[in-house]
Write a protein that binds this ligand. Sequence first.
Ligand SMILES: *Cc1c(COP(=O)(O)O)cnc(C)c1O
Length: 355
Amino acid sequence: MEKLLMTPGPTNVPERVLNKMKENMIHHRTSEYSKIFRELNERLKFVFQTNSNVLTFPSAGTGALEASIINCFNTGDKVLAISIGDFGDRFIKIAKIYGLNVDEIRIPWGKAVSLGEIQDKLKEDHKGVIITHNETSTGAVNPIKEIGEFLKNKNLIYIVDAVSSLGAIDIQMDNWNIDVLATASQKALMCPPGLAFIGLSPKAIDYCKASKMPKFYFDFLEGIKYMEKSEPQNPYTPAVSLISAANEAITMIEEEGLQNVFLRHKVLAEKFRGEIKGMGLKLFTDERVLSNAITAISLDNGNGDEIKSRLEKEYNIVVAGGQGATKGKMIRVGHMGYVDDYMIDRTLDAIRKVI
Ligand SMILES: *Cc1c(COP(=O)(O)O)cnc(C)c1O
């Protein structure tokens, strides 16, 4: 049976998108390239739900997080960062490495932060709020909209890591007052790994102008400058094949309809969770904040790695294990991006047999 990648990235890539990767190179200083790059930017605005430009860099998602810090801040700037799991921790680590003065809110794994906790900790001199949308290590989703409404008109920028949610769970950059929205190609956006996408609000661009942190390749303002040419380009050689693939993948999202894509994720996630509970298995995550992109299943007896390896060897289905303290005590099943009923059923059937 064909291999199923039920991991939280990389995810299954549709044939249509793979075919784009096979096309011969085009030169990146030609109108032919500019046309594709312009189309991709417009399509990215559509999935980011923004009127602002969305930058594309050849990088993993982590590069987008790092680039956000070095472009928007100065050493010593005070920020409030919220971690509800491993990826929240990573963002805090990056901010600290660059000398930001980080006030942290750390929430026990499996839960989400509440608006009240942010209201309690937010201070006048915080220049940014940094948060994860969908915490991929735990399957919990933070209340990005409510926080964005509270932060509106405050003297700071709102930075959201949506690497595992954008394209699976609704996130509205403009309506929810998000200033920096970061994601990557290989999760819900149905592409191979290798591209990072960063939406920047006009306010975020002002923060970039005030930032004196050293940077060269990952300079957002340079990226914007080249994007705003009459024939949009990138400052340096772009990942042409991946850009073409991403353009195709988001065309597929356009064709399906963004709301339909979110609904498909919701229906499949609910079915998956329901059946998992029906098998007597326990979800790791607080029922009130469950993710429609990934399900974390608790295996307190520590046989998570064994189940994971049997699913792969016997059923050709790849799932992820636990990260950090949950290693061995969890499996995480990604149901994001190019996922359908057949994939969910095959995964459920295999889990049922293995346990
Ligand atoms: C996967 C992921 C990242 C890191 O992405 P890479 O492409 O592996 O660097 C960051 N944040 C979240 C929430 C993720 O799911």
